[in-house]
Design a protein around this ligand. Sequence first.
Ligand SMILES: Cc1cc2nc3c(=O)[nH]c(=O)nc-3n(C[C@H](O)[C@H](O)[C@H](O)COP(=O)(O)OP(=O)(O)OC[C@H]3O[C@@H](n4cnc5c(N)ncnc54)[C@H](O)[C@@H]3O)c2cc1C
Length: 327
Amino acid sequence: MKPNIAIIGAGLAGLTLARELSGHAHITLFEKARGLGGRMSTRRRDRHRWDHGAQFFTARSRAFRALLKPFIAEGAVVEWQPNITTLSPSQAPYKRPWFEPHYVATPGMNGLLKAMSPGLNIVLQTRVETLAQQAGKWRLLDDRAEELGEFDWVISSAPLPQTQVLLPFAADTWSGFGMQPCYALMLKVHDEDLPVWDAAQVNSSPLRWIAFNHRLPGRDRHLGAVVAHSSADWAAAHLEDDQDSVRERLTAEFCALTGVTAPAVQEAHLHRWRYALATDVDNDPPGYVLSATHRLAACGDWCLGGRVEAAFTSAHRLAAQLRRLGL
Ligand SMILES: Cc1cc2nc3c(=O)[nH]c(=O)nc-3n(C[C@H](O)[C@H](O)[C@H](O)COP(=O)(O)OP(=O)(O)OC[C@H]3O[C@@H](n4cnc5c(N)ncnc54)[C@H](O)[C@@H]3O)c2cc1C
């Protein structure tokens, strides 16, 4: 009989794992948000859209390129070749070419996850809060103490701090892994009021990245939407500051760096990502956390200290290991 597996989190890692194990097990994915995306989410307001998490990704491994191939063929994933520059408060801008393909999903970054989701059993708006062991099974409860079912295995693909709270592993399991915060500033600005470049890497500033999101492939170029990301260090130092003053400070920094005038900024919104980017991982880790005895596991970008592709690779490696264990 096929085992019942609960996967917590329907970001790229959770969806990858569910797809790769679906022939071997009955899978239920629990996602606390209203829609798919995780840190590849797209924020909407009126007709404007901002990819306020990941803005692009690379595909270095053969396995990740194989996953993307059909989605590239159907246009859900497209190569992005922006006119990219480097900015800093003290230096003149200089052009900064990319030397490998960078991809975006369409019409928003969550487009890849939507394209991966058909056929999967995904329960949205459900935050897994508690795991309890009973008669050799794991019972899951949500944040209102409602029963979510009984499972043979539970696998978390939530960011590290949320996984640590959920899975009853020894504290030293998590040493060597870490995550850093980031602020995402989302601005509405007419395209004609913006510089000619499409995206900028920023140095020596509270901001580290600026992109004219509406110029990404598959977006509406007339709906000027800027995404600016803070540096991790700046976000950590200002994480609990008044959020209005953080938004105003980052908007002023954006105007100073780009020459866009303050009245040209029609709207400014802020998102605080407490767990945004995985810190580097030492050596060559397995890429997941697993206890076959307890039938618990975890995967996600933080297991490999990387980004979108690391989230895929972590889940891909965990799926292979679970199949080796006889799922
Ligand atoms: C601001 C920012 C910029 C970034 N820029 C880039 C970039 O340019 N390029 C790049 O490659 N990567 C970038 N990244 C990183 C990239 O987004 C992540 O590496 C990748 O999306 C992680 O996928 P994941 O599936 O591991 O985790 P997530 O996408 O975080 O998915 C985990 C899911 O678990 C859900 N969840 C958590 N707890 C629970 C619970 N208790 N119950 C149910 N569901 C739960 C969450 O809602 C979430 O949907 C960026 C991230 C951020 C935040």
